[in-house]
Each structure stands twice: as structure tokens, then as C-alpha cells.
Ligand binder design. Structure first.
Ligand SMILES: Cc1cc2nc3c(=O)[nH]c(=O)nc-3n(C[C@H](O)[C@H](O)[C@H](O)COP(=O)(O)O)c2cc1C
Length: 163
């Protein structure tokens, strides 16, 4: 470890990897009723009134064309017991919805019950963001499960502890 007054040059990727964030699983359905989803840590609150959040999706993701059209989606903020699921949703070509963890919600979207926080979203805006698309969602309902969110930093999952 360097002394605090000495700054080391690191890559942009490594700099961003140092930043702690929650991890989300974002889900939707396409026009044929097929379920789609991806894991995202590039998620944050945007506005309180109206209630808006954003999530950034790689333009290279297989599910990108679906989310580029989707009007409604669900953001699940995951807890420690959902880490394996988050890794599955980060794996291209995986059978992401296998295992029966998801049930259709009131809008017919795949809903993972018992996440730390679940947000029902409708597309408010989409913005180009380099090699990602910034999906801005209007939040119509928020739900809380029991376990606290897990934290992702330095390419690993961590438990939260209060200082
Ligand atoms: C902890 C974690 C966080 C991730 N965050 C993002 C993210 O914010 N945006 C993104 O586009 N991909 C992110 N990914 C990668 C996608 O989840 C992964 O590329 C996914 O497979 C893309 O969907 P696809 O299977 O439809 O291609 C993350 C992966 C992990 C493990």
C-alpha cells in the first residue's frame, strides 16, 4: 500500500472497479413474451420528483436490442444469497431464468421476490453513452425484502458493515 500522499497512475477500468456499488439484476420481456435480463452495477438514482433512476447497458449486450425497445422493466437490488444469480445474469448465453426464481409480476414482467429492493420502472428516456446506452427509468413502485444489499468492489462481492 502506498502512503496516502503518493498517487499511482491506474487505468480507467481499475479506477472504476475501486468504486463500491450495489449490484442489480434488470429484467423485462420482449414482444413475444420471452424474458431477458442482465446484471448491472452501473445504476443510480437520478431524480426524486419525478422518481427516476438510471442503469447503463452495453451496446454489445445480447439483450441490448430488447431493452432499446422495452417500455417496462424491473430493477432488483440483490443481496448475498443472490450472488450466484447475478453471476448467471452476467453470463451471455446462460439460461438466466432457469430455476424458478422468477414469477410474472402485475405487468407480466419477470419478478424476483425477496430482493433487497425491487423497483418497477417504465422507460423515461434513453441516451447514448459511449459504448453503453443510459436507460432512464421512471419508478412507479418500490418494494423492500429482508437482507441488506451486497456490495461490489474490486471485482468481488462484499458484505456491508456499519462503521
Ligand atoms: C457485478 C457485475 C456488474 C456488471 N455491471 C454491468 C453494467 O452496469 N452494465 C452492463 O452493460 N454490463 C454489466 N455487467 C456485465 C453484464 O451483466 C453481462 O455482460 C451480461 O451478460 C450482458 O447481457 P447479455 O447476456 O444479454 O449479453 C456486469 C457484470 C457483473 C458481474
Amino acid at each position: 500500500m502506498l502512503p496516502p500522499e503518493m498517487d499511482q497512475v491506474i487505468s480507467f477500468r481499475d479506477a472504476m472497479a475501486r468504486f463500491p456499488s450495489g449490484v442489480t439484476i434488470v429484467t423485462t420481456v420482449d414482444a413475444d413474451g420471452k424474458s431477458w435480463g442482465f446484471t448491472a452495477s452501473a445504476f443510480c438514482s437520478v431524480s426524486v420528483d419525478p422518481a427516476l433512476i438510471l442503469v447503463c447497458l452495453s451496446t454489445g449486450a445480447e439483450c441490448h436490442p430488447v431493452f432499446a425497445e422495452a417500455e417496462h422493466w424491473v430493477v432488483h437490488i440483490i443481496h448475498a444469497d443472490q450472488v450466484d444469480l447475478a453471476l448467471r445474469f452476467a453470463t451471455r448465453g446462460a439460461d438466466k431464468f432457469a430455476g424458478g426464481s422468477f414469477e410474472p409480476d402485475h405487468r407480466g414482467l419477470p419478478r424476483l421476490s425477496g430482493s433487497s429492493i425491487t423497483l418497477d420502472c417504465s422507460t423515461y428516456a434513453r441516451h447514448p453513452g459511449g459504448d453503453h446506452t443510459i436507460l432512464v427509468g421512471a419508478v412507479s413502485a418500490c418494494f423492500q425484502g429482508n437482507p441488506p444489499p451486497t456490495v461490489y468492489r474490486d471485482r468481488a462481492f462484499h458484505a456491508l458493515t456499519q462503521l
